[in-house]
Write a protein that binds this ligand. Structure first.
Ligand code: ATP
Ligand code: MG
Length: 572
């Protein structure tokens, strides 16, 4: 490729709407261009990086015996209605009707589709296991599309699905996938965690997330330096450590607390610490309204609540819903005489004589005690675990880091095959539902996640395995025919020897060219300039100031050898 012919509109200034570095640098470097919120084009440089990531993912899938196919993005509603996910998946699902008023979705994921696809075709246990995958566009109308490719509405995913006749076989494939995902991260030189994860709308009972460490990540990872426990905060557990109150039970009292809206307001008004207050939250799900209690200074993790009730439709009730069902404004809710089932977080269990909403505008109850003043249907762990909480396995204080989820693997069991009547015949001749696994990898998200981990003040610092080019040959002055000829010869030589190289033959200043090469993050720069008079060119790595001078010879073997050697050991 000659830079003079490259379509890569670069920007000097960061775009005004970029909230994270990857979005800024990928737009500035001419890799991607925004069409609408969460909808991007991949320009030639971006497409090249995407292709390299795709190749790595594909090679690692094929290496563990997966077979690639391609399924439709447009999927009929019927199959989603059978599993119940037409409703349960929620508003992220893009739905539309065709001209005959038949309902469709643009697939956010493909469990229903693939199970329907193999149903009746994979018949015998002798054919199993089978692992199929595709690399395809997905649609999710995210609440907040942001951070460029990290949370897009149209994005590229590798999704694999496995079919088994035994749990043992599923376990083996799950292990293989775990290994393949680790290799994908390692081939890009990424620092990552593989952590226990919540299964969310996909379902199943066992899952790991692969999370690239990055300070702008949306995932919080809790981990234990002592025993190695690691989980996302959507799932993380902890060892509860709440001292038991020794107070005498005092008499329940309804007190005036006008104008108090938040826990802080109430604590200040009544002159008590936040730890003396219990927050009452109302949730609405498949089985109606419930109230959830937690200590005033702590937060509920909704994914843990949804997992506990196995109800993905469970959502915090809106102020209007609460007003219409309970006739009370949000700040004054409480469990005393509430008339709905009350579930309480473990943080409340050892408390006595606490404060809750008075179920009457402008009032709170003080000296409240569970058991005596209201009944708890169940004690549950729904707290958001934070740094310093104790490890659920070994009680050592947990640490927290931010990261970007690039992949997630799930053991699904028979959730989809049972609902969709997808059976095979076992060795005794009886029909059994397939035991399944599913394994997603965010291909386009990976491109941004890599940038989040590898950039500096001058631009992107790509790992060599996915850099848009491995080498740039920069001709300092293209009007100097000698420089241009040598630059061109070196370019041809490297190209002929399998290197991915671009020749910067543009008629612009050397500084401008250097800046662009740094911005788009090419690992090696070969500079052909004035020093050719001394029979030399210069080679430099993207992330080092050191310049290596190489002697020019007739066939440029020394240049080739040095460039190859430097690339081999290059790390961002
Ligand atoms: P998240 O928790 O970030 O919303 P998810 O758990 O919904 O992700 P999965 O259903 O596990 O995602 O999808 C598999 C992979 O697809 C994810 O690990 C991620 O890399 C990628 N992915 C999911 N949602 C998006 C998105 N909105 N934009 C880009 N990539 C995404
Ligand atoms: Mg996930």
């Amino acid at each position: 490729m000659r830079w003079s012919k490259l379509y890569a509109p670069t920007l000097k200034e960061p775009p005004s709407d970029a909230d994270v570095k990857s979005q800024e640098l990928l737009i500035r470097g001419g890799f991607i261009k925004k069409t609408a919120a969460g909808v991007y084009s991949y320009l030639p440089l971006g497409f090249k990086v995407l292709e390299k990531i795709t190749r790595i993912v594909r090679e690692e899938m094929n290496a563990i015996g997966c077979m690639e196919l391609l399924m439709p993005i447009m999927q009929p509603a019927e199959i989603w209605k059978i599993t119940g996910r037409w409703e349960d998946y929620g508003p992220e699902m893009v739905k539309f009707k065709d001209r005959n008023k038949r309902e469709f979705t643009l697939g956010p994921t493909h469990e229903e589709m693939i199970t329907t696809l193999v149903k009746g075709e994979l018949r015998s246990y002798k054919q199993l296991p089978v692992i199929l995958y595709q690399i395809n566009t997905k649609y999710r109308d995210e609440i907040r599309p942001r951070f460029g490719l990290l949370r897009a509405r149209e994005f590229i995913m590798k999704d694999a699905y496995s079919f088994h006749a035994s749990d043992k076989s599923l376990d083996e494939t799950y292990e293989d996938m775990y290994g393949a995902y680790s290799k994908i991260c390692e081939r890009m030189g990424l620092k990552y965690f593989a952590v226990e994860a919540d299964t969310g709308a996909i379902g199943g009972n066992n899952s790991h997330e692969f999370t690239v460490i990055a300070k702008n990540g949306e995932s919080n990872i809790l981990f234990c330096e002592k025993c190695g426990y690691a989980a996302t905060d959507e799932k993380a557990e902890y060892k509860p450590n709440y001292p038991e109150s020794k107070e005498e039970l005092k008499e329940l009292e309804l007190v005036k607390t006008p104008g108090t809206k938040t826990v802080e307001d109430v604590a200040k008004f009544l002159n008590v610490p936040k730890e003396k207050i219990v927050k009452s939250m109302v949730y609405n799900g498949r089985n109606g309204i419930i109230m959830v209690l937690i200590r005033g200074d702590l937060e509920v993790k909704e994914s843990k609540l949804r997992a506990y009730f196995a109800d993905q439709t469970l959502r915090r009730a809106s102020a209007e819903e609460i007003l219409s069902s309970m006739k009370i404004p949000v700040g004054f809710l409480g469990p005393v005489n509430v008339g709905y089932p009350v579930f309480a977080d473990l943080s409340v269990k050892n408390m006595r004589n606490y404060v809750v909403g008075g179920m009457k505008e402008g009032f709170h109850y003080v000296n409240v005690n569970h058991g005596r003043d209201f009944k708890v249907s169940a004690w549950i762990d729904v707290k958001t675990v934070t740094e310093g909480d104790l490890c659920p396995k070994c009680a050592h204080p947990l640490k927290m880091k931010r990261g970007i989820e690039v992949g997630q693997i799930f053991k699904l069991g028979t959730k989809y095959s049972e609902k969709l009547n997808a059976f095979y015949v076992d060795s005794n001749g009886s029909p059994k539902p397939f035991i399944m696994g599913c394994y997603g990898w965010g291909v386009s998200r990976t491109m941004a996640a890599v940038v989040e981990q590898f950039y500096d003040e001058n631009g992107i610092v790509w790992p060599k395995s996915i850099a848009p080019f491995e080498v740039v040959v920069t001709v300092v002055n293209v009007t100097d025919s000698k420089q241009l000829k040598i630059g061109n010869d070196i370019y041809e030589k490297l190209l002929a020897n399998g290197m991915d190289v671009i020749l910067d033959d543009r008629e612009v200043s050397a500084g401008f060219k250097f800046k662009d090469a740094d911005l788009i993050g090419i690992p090696i720069r070969i500079t052909v300039g004035k020093s050719i008079k001394n029979g030399e060119i210069e080679i430099k790595l993207r992330n080092s100031k050191d310049v290596v001078k190489v002697q020019l010879e007739a066939k440029y073997d020394k240049v080739l050898e040095t460039a190859k050697k430097m690339l081999n050991t290059y790390k961002p």
